[in-house]
Design a protein around this ligand. Structure first.
Ligand code: ZN
Length: 140
């Protein structure tokens, strides 16, 4: 006899399954790594090169960093980043946080589910299109 009680999910929980969240997470981390990697390539000469000698794998380093360096912005490292890149990193970090909190995919402003299509194009989106437009109207 199967009479499992269905767990009532919280009102505000991610529309994504755990599996989907895991792949989203990987995507976000990868995007972060790409930004960091570009930066490292540009600033490579001024950075301590020991990590290259140690691993010989720059992308692996960037990937690792993207995953662990949530306090990145407090470091000297971030000073060399362009404003735009920093904002992108912030947005990606924010999205990662929401993945971990299980609220990824919900609009930060109104709480509705953000369309998966939108998230596919912009995985770091934290607002639904409607709220995004409102915001652009008010700030632009
Ligand atoms: Zn919204």
């Amino acid at each position: 006899m199967v009479n499992k009680k269905k767990k009532v999910s919280k009102a505000a929980s991610s529309p994504f399954t755990k599996k989907e969240l895991a792949s989203v997470r990987a995507k976000l981390v990868k995007k972060k790594a790409q930004i960091l990697e570009d930066f490292i390539k540009i600033e490579g000469d001024t950075l301590n090169k020991s990590y290259k000698d140690a691993s010989g794998d720059l992308s692996g380093y960037a990937f690792h960093m993207a995953d662990m360096a949530t306090d990145l912005y407090d470091r000297e490292f971030s000073l060399g980043l362009a404003e735009e890149e920093r904002e992108r990193l912030f947005a990606l970090d924010d999205a990662l946080k929401r993945v971990d909190e299980g609220i990824y995919g919900l609009c930060d402003s109104c709480g509705v589910k953000i369309s998966k299509q939108r998230l596919k194009v912009m995985p770091q989106a934290k607002n639904c299109i409607k709220c995004q437009e409102e915001e652009e109207k008010s700030t632009g």
